[in-house]
Each structure stands twice: as C-alpha cells, then as structure tokens.
Design a protein around this ligand. Structure first.
Ligand SMILES: Nc1ncnc2c1ncn2[C@@H]1O[C@H](COP(=O)(O)OP(=O)(O)OP(=O)(O)O)[C@@H](O)[C@H]1O
Ligand SMILES: [Mg+2]
Length: 229
C-alpha cells in the first residue's frame, strides 16, 4: 500500500531546523493495521500527514500503490486525499457553522463523480457511531467525544482504502474509546481497509497487526505482531 524510502521532513524555524522525520523507510501492506507510538514531538502526526499527502517530505519518497506521491500535481494529490484516504486528525477541523450531518457530507460533496445519496450515507454513518440524535447539532453543541465521532463518520464517507487516525480515542471515555477501536477493527478485518493509527494506549496498540515506534523522527523498523494482532 505504502512504501517509504528514506523519508525526511524538516521545518525551518527561527531557532534553527527541526527534523520531524529522518530517513524513515517502511512498507505497509494492504490490510495492515499499523499502530504508531512514540514520545510527544517524535514525528507521529508528521508521518500521518505525509502518508495522507497533506505535507510533502523534504527528502525521500512515498509511494502509494506504486505511485510516487511526489510526482502528483496539486489537483491529483487533492483527489488522492479526498478519495483514497480518510483522516481522523487530532484537531477535528469540523466546520463550525455546519451541523454534524452537513460536516459528514462535505468530503462526499467534493467528490467529482460520487453518487447523490450523500444525505442518506451521512445519516447511516452517524447512526453507526451513536449520533442519531445529534445530526443537527453544530460542533460547539457537541461534546469532544461526539465531535471525534463526527470526524470519524466524515472520514468514512468516500469509502477510503486507507484510514489515517491520530489518537482517535484520546479524548474519549473508556466505553466510547472501545467502541471507536471496535469500529476501526471492523473496517480493517471486515472491509479489508488499511488502518494507520497513532496511539499511546496499550489496549489500542494490541488490536493492530503491526507496530511502528518513532523516536526523534527516526523509525527503526516496523514490527509484525502475528496473525490476528
Ligand atoms: N509546521 C511546523 N513547523 C515547525 N515545526 C513543526 C511543524 N509541525 C511540527 N513541527 C515540529 O516537528 C516535530 C514533530 O511534530 P509532530 O506533530 O509530528 O509530533 P507528534 O509525535 O505527533 O507529537 P504529539 O504526540 O505531541 O502529537 C515537533 O518537534 C514539532 O514541534
Ligand atoms: Mg501528534
């Protein structure tokens, strides 16, 4: 699914250069459920954003199903982000003046040749995530955990092959966290989607098939966890 070769990302700042990723090389196969762990500032979010085509690496190469993401122009990269990848990021980026239901429809509406059943699909996704009675609420009228689930529903709208999740259970109580993990696991095991999830929780790390550890932007290896995780 993904092949990374010596991927580096540096940010130039007033106090010098920050190396967020250094020479990260790894292969993620279709259907893998990869958990990413490491200290704060070790480059976990940067890795997800790089896989998702939201930032371009400063060195090295990211291939998605044999296509070098660096070779795509902005329009193609935007199509890749919209259709192949579902993002559940640390800041949910819900649009404040749209309802939960409308927020979920946004990526579906951006898709050029999608079918027209966006409304029904958004309803189904929100119901699946336990938000049947919150469809018409604005983000500020939702709890943090509910906003998290709206973001999750939005990520699933276009049936992405890859789900990139940045601490998707970080703001949830244990019951909801378990529910989100179950949904991600379903999406992986039943639908065969590739999931890449940043997490600090040991329970969450257990459900993955592979584990990556980042330290100061370096990743030594991807660790397989055997059949069934
Ligand atoms: N846009 C940016 N400009 C400058 N430096 C940045 C930028 N984004 C990230 N960094 C730096 O790159 C490093 C890696 O950041 P990143 O957000 O990937 O860490 P993280 O592992 O996700 O941390 P956390 O667990 O706290 O979310 C950090 O030192 C951060 O300060
Ligand atoms: Mg982060």
């Amino acid at each position: 699914m993904f092949t990374l070769q010596k991927v580096g990302k540096s940010y130039a700042g007033r106090r010098g250069v920050v190396h967020a990723l250094r020479d990260v090389s790894l292969t993620i196969e279709p259907g893998n459920f990869v958990t990413v762990a490491g200290p704060s500032g070790s480059g976990k979010t940067t890795l997800l954003l790089t896989l998702g085509g939201l930032i371009r690496p400063t060195s090295g190469q990211v291939e998605f199903l044999g296509t070098d993401l660096g070779s795509l122009d902005e329009r193609r990269l935007a199509a890749y982000r919209n259709q192949s990848v579902g993002f559940v990021l640390q800041s949910f980026n819900l649009i404040p003046y749209l309802s939960a239901h409308e927020n979920v429809m946004v990526p579906m509406s951006l898709r050029a040749n999608g079918d027209a059943n966006h409304g029904r699909r958004a309803t189904e996704l929100l119901e699946r995530l336990g938000l049947a009675d919150r469809m018409d609420h604005l983000p500020r009228e939702l709890s943090v955990g509910q906003q998290q689930r709206v973001a999750m529903a939005r990520a699933l709208g276009n049936n992405p092959e890859v789900i990139l999740a940045d601490e998707p259970t970080g703001n949830l109580d244990p019951a909801l966290a378990a529910e989100i993990l179950r949904i991600l696991q379903d999406l992986n095991v039943q639908d065969g989607r590739t999931v890449i999830m940043v997490t600090h929780s040991p329970e969450a790390a257990c459900i993955g098939t592979h584990r990556v550890h980042l330290d100061e932007g370096r990743c030594s290896a991807i660790e397989g966890l055997g059949v069934g995780g």
